[in-house]
Design a protein around this ligand. Structure first.
Ligand code: ATP
Ligand code: ZN
Length: 284
């Protein structure tokens, strides 16, 4: 048998998904523009789909597994299991408000018009906070909604925040941190389970083998929480006070693959004096 894997046909997750398979030593036979492709050296078959459709295909068992953003998994709320965090496609689902407005707490949203492509997750947030607001579902370019008078607030995916900035918006409150995950169908045959275990073993090995860097930076204490949240890894970073008051030195290990993206975000968050040091050995 072959394990059927659904990945995004084109878009932000496609390249990283294909790269991961390649790094796992899995060669994909035919071209990318087809709906399906087969691996030549591993029992796996690929389905290229819109990311929004992947949870449904996996729930139905048309695909056994899928690579898709958590944002889509939780918005679609299909009966699938999240089996593994893939570590790419990182972003957050956040409310953003017009520059100059201040979002102090969720009651800010009360009675507002919220434009979003994530009505389910936004409604959940509103329910949790007991807020009544109007949700306008838009499938793309959500960030332009306030500018054209369609909404007061948006709730959209953010990574650097530059798209928001260009549209005169500022990020106010994150409701979900997301990355690409491997989802699986609820019922798996023993054979499928075995192939998945082999795939996961390879994915895990690729992840471990990725080079890491040791990073030291200076952070203003009032930005510390934000900066620490940007740093990946299971263990929390080392934080030491600097001689100058109000500043701390933060030490952490960053994977090479995420390196530039994280460094940019750290700089935007107010980190200074960033030093990057190669690691000779990592004993885990
Ligand atoms: P499709 O045509 O497959 O429906 P799409 O336009 O819905 O594509 P993309 O913009 O390609 O989707 O984003 C796919 C996924 O990439 C998102 O669902 C999210 O998990 C992830 N992602 C990572 N960073 C961002 C970002 N800054 N903005 C949007 N999505 C991001
Ligand atoms: Zn989509």
């Amino acid at each position: 048998m072959k394990l059927k894997l659904a990945i995004q046909k084109s878009g932000r997750l496609n390249e990283d998904s294909m790269r991961l398979l390649k790094e796992c030593g899995i060669d994909i036979g035919n071209g990318m523009n087809k709906l399906k492709a087969e691996a030549t050296n591993f029992p796996i078959e690929l389905f290229f789909l819109r990311d929004d459709d992947i949870p449904q295909y996996v729930e139905d068992g048309v695909a056994d597994i899928g690579f898709v953003g958590e944002n889509v998994v939780y918005e679609k709320a299909k009966k699938v299991e999240v089996a593994y965090e893939l570590g790419f496609g990182k972003c957050r689902l956040s409310f953003a408000v017009r520059k100059g407005e201040t979002f102090t707490d969720p009651s800010f949203l009360s009675g507002k018009k919220i434009a979003t492509s994530y009505p389910v997750l936004v409604q959940q947030y509103l329910n949790e906070h007991n807020i009544q607001a109007e949700i306008h579902e838009i499938s793309g370019s959500v960030e332009i909604a306030p500018g054209i008078g369609l909404a007061d607030v948006v709730c959209d995916l953010v990574s650097s925040g530059s798209t928001l900035f260009m549209n005169g918006l500022v990020e106010a409150e994150t409701i979900l941190n997301s990355q690409a995950v491997l989802i699986k169908h609820k019922n798996f045959s023993i054979e499928a389970q075995e192939i998945l275990a082999r795939l996961l073993f390879r994915i895990e090995s690729v992840k471990k083998a990725k080079k890491n860097k040791y990073v030291l930076l200076n952070a203003p204490n009032d930005q510390l929480e934000k900066i620490i949240a940007l740093l990946p890894g299971m263990k929390s970073p080392t934080v030491l006070p600097l001689a100058s008051p109000g500043w701390s030195s933060v030490h952490s290990v960053i994977a090479e693959s995420d390196f530039w993206e994280i460094i940019e975000q750290l700089k935007n968050a107010g980190a200074e004096g960033i030093l990057v040091i190669p690691i000779e050995k990592m004993i885990l």
